[in-house]
Design a protein around this ligand. Structure first.
Ligand SMILES: [Zn+2]
Length: 169
């Protein structure tokens, strides 16, 4: 999925949670971070283009573990939530809410990517070593939408309308 779709879905998830669970607005920022984070394995992604540090990190990740491999798994969601929790806390954010927001966004990203044709590996064992690089072995998901296609455009529109609905609600 494109960064745009992940961003809209992240906003939707964040807004849903703060509306129904009475969380502060800053919660949305962490959901957005989690929503974009898994695509750090692709140098062309929205999060990788954020600044030169992210760009370099994403180049290293894409050259070593590759796109849609380990970063597109549930284990990575848990692992990075745990690793980033002390960082969020260090910067003065409520550790529980920031980490939860990040995790929710991360899972939302995996869900959206599971709707695409190639699906996601979902677990670490869904990745294989092939031709001297890591590749996706399992392709979990509904596989309905081709990334960047007109169908994704329709999905964006639906998510956007839901977002407006939730905002007004
Ligand atoms: Zn992705």
């Amino acid at each position: 999925m494109l960064g745009r779709t992940h961003l809209i879905f992240g906003l939707l998830l964040g807004l849903f949670f703060i509306n129904f669970f009475n969380l502060g607005n800053v919660f949305i920022l962490f959901v957005l971070l989690g929503s974009l984070f898994p695509d750090l394995d692709h140098p062309g992604s929205l999060i990788s283009r954020f600044n030169f540090v992210f760009k370099d990190v994403s180049k290293i990740i894409s050259k070593t573990i590759g796109h849609r491999t380990y970063l597109h798994t549930l284990e990575a969601g848990f692992l990075f939530s745990l690793l980033l929790a002390p960082v969020f806390s260090y910067f003065g954010f409520n550790v529980l809410f920031s980490t939860l927001g990040f995790f929710v966004g991360f899972i939302g990203h995996l869900f959206l990517d599971s709707l695409t044709r190639s699906g996601i590996p979902l677990f670490f064992n869904g990745v294989k070593w092939n031709l001297f690089k890591f590749k996706q072995k399992k392709h979990y998901g509904l596989k309905l939408i081709k990334t960047g296609s007109i169908e994704e455009g329709y999905l964006d529109l639906i998510l956007f309308l839901l977002l407006i609905g939730l905002y007004l609600f």
